[in-house]
Design a protein. Sequence first.
Length: 434
Amino acid sequence: MPETASRAGVPAARPVRVLPEVVMKRGSAVTASDLGLFLVWSNARGEDDQVLDRAQTLFEVRGVHAIHWTPELVEQNAVRFCRGRLDPHLRKLLQERGDGEPVYLITAVDGAPRHEAETTSNGAAPVNARFADLRRELRACMGGGSRVHAAVSPAEVGRDLMLLLGTDPATYLNENARSWNGRTTEIRRDLTGARGWGTPGELFHALNQAVRYVVMRNFEGLPHSLHVGSHEDVDLLTDDYPEMVAIMNARPNVRCIPRWGGPYWVKISGQDMWFDLRFVGDRYYDPPWARAILDRRVWNEAGFYAPCAEDYFETLAYHAVVHKPVLSADYRQRLATMASALGRSGWESAALEDPARVKALLDEILQRRGCGYQRPRDVNVFYNFEATGHRWPRLRRKLAGLGRKALRVGYRVQRAVGERQGTARAALDQGARA
């Protein structure tokens, strides 16, 4: 067995055991679905050997990495990694030990995976039950879930590898094609995107590994059209809004009320770029329709997901009519061209000059989809009461404007009070530790 070196200084070598329980499938390629990972937080220092021992007993370990975070970014990294849901115990320990102590990442391949459906926050998802069993065992031994994290499904593994190491499962398996050699790899890096993104393509590559989304429109020039000085915002739709915000490291615009989605800033190439984040349930589109758009999404060769041609046309028509004060000539011509390509009759540019005709066409789309008109929760989105057939549209528009101002003011006051309370709690905690 290799000698074990101190963690301070040279990377440590650890014992590697070859056990009869670890039997890889001969003649078959290892895939991402066979890969799992275990993350031991710094507050469980000394218990990582227990995690490693059990992983070696049950699986083939491929890598052990000690990841050092920049001290001032430790809490930010942890909050992003935990999707903004740090439990109080872990948050307190990270604040006390914000000195860049490493988190230990152990990756393993299961030669005899047992896949089952497990209920998650996004519904049922396929997981490797053997990885999940070990996660439960380790958490029980360590007295809770704040000491060890495990990714037990392909989606979780892809997301965690992208954030922790900036890679994807296929690349990682290619680079770690053999059993672990017993030496811990020391890595000094923060979560991917911690200080912003180098290029739009880098951001979309991370999203592709971590969350289900579509770029809703105006994506023909992406990612090159998204650059400093560009005036186009990017509209993204997802079914996991908190995850999307965390992965993008997005910051709400001053007009944004986060619980309803809307305008966010994302730093790319050192500059803030504007993204509008939409999610299933925010009523930007009827929720069943929004979910179906995600189900039917297609891969764009430029490196991101977009709506299928039919959904692109129909959602653009809805947006141009419902979310705009008037149906502009540009939109009329664009919709007529798209309708012609899809073989849709009745959408000629001249016909779209008649508001009653436009509403009848849109009603037909919604009826076929089993959906209806929805007033968005995001108060920044214009809602055309007249085009959607509401009574007293001018009065409704005026009342909506007053309500929007009141909600923005209320949110800013609430946020300011929360920030003061947070500062006071931090000062009390620091005083208690002094």
